[in-house]
Design a protein around this ligand. Structure first.
Ligand code: DGL
Length: 265
């Protein structure tokens, strides 16, 4: 695999969730070129079948291959859980799946009981539990699916009564397990942090993107893939539906200056 250092790093998610990863990575690696694909037409991924997810992810991976990506960040827990293992050897760049990348760091936290909020599809695979317990079999992992949260975020409805009721219901269920930490195991969920922290201290929630960004930087450095052309950098966002909506919803985490380009794969 020979790639130019100045080839872009690709990102993908079903929508604005991956922006919570993107802004962390961009903070650590400001001189890279970036391409982001948000599959807004097919969200929410958490309610899709494995066959559907394989189809969406393969098209996006191929799109990013045509854009000459040197690495692709799966800024989406659902596809990391459901399709990563099946597709990981099919493309000509490095692939970083969020769950498998951060599991070791989570397993090393000084806690015994940990909760995970994630999509239906992610929870059905038990990927978080399996990956964490590979490194720390004694950690108890409580997994709860939160259908509906992704759409709330994509619609910018974080401050509505609907959001509050749904978050309260899931928090009540989660807190019965007495978790010491709660992983936001879907990249959309950090948008709900204000509502979530009405029901527990903010410090209990873990946004895995923070650790994920450090891991990506370290790995790119170790492979000699860091950009060496700071002055020429670019970023480009693509979405499969509703670019204005995407730009607006993402703005809680990142200001996208140019309207994303519509790309139907
Ligand atoms: N943000 C993605 C994740 O981390 C996908 C959520 C969805 O579209 O359901 O799982």
């Amino acid at each position: 695999m020979t790639k130019s250092n100045n080839a872009p790093i690709g990102f993908f998610d079903s929508g604005v969730g991956g922006v919570t990863v993107y802004e962390q990575v961009k903070k650590l690696l400001p001189d890279e070129n970036y391409i982001y694909f948000g599959d807004t037409k097919n969200m929410p991924y958490g309610e899709k079948t494995e066959t559907e997810l394989l189809g969406f992810a393969d098209k996006i991976f191929k799109f990013l291959e045509l854009k000459n990506a040197k690495a692709v960040v799966m800024a989406c827990n659902t596809t990391s859980a459901v399709v990563y293992e099946k597709l990981k050897n099919n493309y000509n760049y490095e692939i970083y799946p969020i769950i498998q990348s951060v599991a070791k760091a989570i397993a090393e936290l000084p806690v015994k009981r940990i909760g995970v909020f994630a999509t239906h599809a992610t929870i059905n695979t038990h990927c978080y539990k399996r990956e964490i317990q590979k490194h720390n079999p004694d950690m108890e992992v409580f997994e709860i699916a939160c259908p509906g949260w992704v759409k709330i975020v994509e619609n910018g409805d974080e401050n509505t009564q609907e959001a509050r009721i749904s978050v309260k219901e899931k928090m009540d269920e989660m807190l019965k397990n007495k978790p010491e930490k709660i992983i936001l195991g879907c990249t959309h969920y950090p948008y709900l942090l204000n509502v979530l922290s009405e029901f527990a201290p903010k410090e209990i929630f873990i946004n895995p993107s923070v650790e994920f960004a450090k891991i990506i930087k370290k790995d790119l450095e170790s492979k000699g893939l860091i950009s060496n052309n700071g002055s020429q950098k670019f970023e480009k966002f693509y979405v499969s539906k509703s670019p204005e909506n995407f730009q607006k919803a993402a703005s809680m985490f990142y200001k996208i200056n140019e309207l994303p380009e519509l790309a139907e794969l």
